[in-house]
Design a protein around this ligand. Structure first.
Ligand code: FAD
Length: 281
């Protein structure tokens, strides 16, 4: 099976919840295959709500000849349950995964046998050696639960030392935060590729809601511009495209190792941005 790996892009989906959503995502996948991405990743509901959906989606992408990585969170997990899941991934031919701690559903429940993602990464390496390319998450604008920015960089460094292969960032619109984070981590010997996570701007309310929850900052000038467009979705999309095109231009020109798009299961914005970037890559 040949894998198309000629662009620096990767794309993230969430498992569809309805048959209509699944049908729509099939078309989205096909649209994005044209961009020859490095891989696709599929999110995972912490606490296990979408585990089956994640695996199904990853298997569909692999069967269509493209690399795909399940996200995998260790909230509520035991060593035994992670071991079983790793066997399932291996049996499905999966070679890449995104290893995360995850969040307690609505802040309730228990952490399980793994307290932090670094412990999960260490366990996966001990159990499976070099079988998986392990991606981890990182937060240029600081994870919302971090004790301090310094502690958060150290938490990331611990994941790298535990065996992470590369990292994907939470999305950001401020490139200084990304470069400072990468420089700081590098000083501590964490020198794996750090791929910026890119959130296309397609809806003002959706972006504000996500950003409040995950601690990503929307710069004041972007927030005010978006607010000024009210319900005018065409203007929001046109402005969002300009902003994200510029962001990606700056990042690629500075030599980032790739771009990972949070697609929200839609292809239009990601395709427009990647076509715009065709002259840079
Ligand atoms: P960790 O690296 O464990 O960090 C969690 C917190 O603990 C941080 O504040 C960190 O500073 C702190 N910390 C870590 N180690 C220590 C230590 N030794 N001592 C003290 N503090 C410590 N969530 C999902 O549920 N499903 C998904 O599919 C999903 N995909 C994601 C993909 C990406 C690329 C990213 C960036 C995030 C994703 N998330 C997903 C969200 C993620 O699960 C949450 O942000 C979660 O709160 C942290 O996960 P982590 O793996 O970064 O945790």
């Amino acid at each position: 099976m040949s894998k198309a790996t000629t662009s620096p892009f990767s794309f993230e989906f969430f498992p569809p919840k309805t048959p209509e959503g699944a049908q729509k995502l099939e078309q989205v996948r096909r649209d994005l295959y044209e961009l020859k991405p490095q891989f696709f990743s599929v999110t995972y509901g912490a606490g296990g709500s979408t585990q089956d959906g994640t695996l199904q989606q990853v298997q569909a992408i692999l069967a269509e000849g493209h690399d795909a990585a399940p996200h995998f969170s260790c909230i509520g997990a035991t060593r035994e349950s992670v071991r079983a899941q790793l066997s399932q991934f291996k049996a499905a031919g999966i070679r890449r995964m995104v290893a995360l701690r995850g969040d307690l559903p609505s802040g309730h429940g228990t952490f399980g046998e793994f307290r932090y993602a670094s412990e999960l990464v260490e366990f996966i390496r001990t159990e499976t050696g070099d079988h998986f390319h392990i991606e981890v998450g990182c937060y240029p604008e600081v994870h919302p639960q971090a004790k301090s920015p310094e502690a958060d960089v150290q938490a990331y460094v611990a994941k790298v030392k535990a065996g992470a292969s590369s990292a994907i960032t939470q999305y950001f619109y401020n490139t200084d935060a990304y470069f400072r984070f990468v420089d700081e981590a590098y000083k501590y010997g964490a020198d794996i590729p750090v791929v910026p996570g890119i959130m296309p701007i397609i809806s003002s309310t959706q972006l504000m809601r996500f950003s409040d929850a995950c601690g990503a900052e929307i710069p004041r000038w972007i927030r005010l511009r978006l607010q000024s467009y009210g319900d005018d979705s065409a203007s929001i999309k046109a402005f969002g495209l300009e902003v994200v095109n510029d962001l990606c231009d700056q990042l690629l020109t500075a030599g980032v190792p790739g771009l990972h798009f949070y697609t929200m299961n839609q292809s239009t914005a990601a395709k427009q941005i990647c076509h715009h970037l065709a002259h840079t890559v």
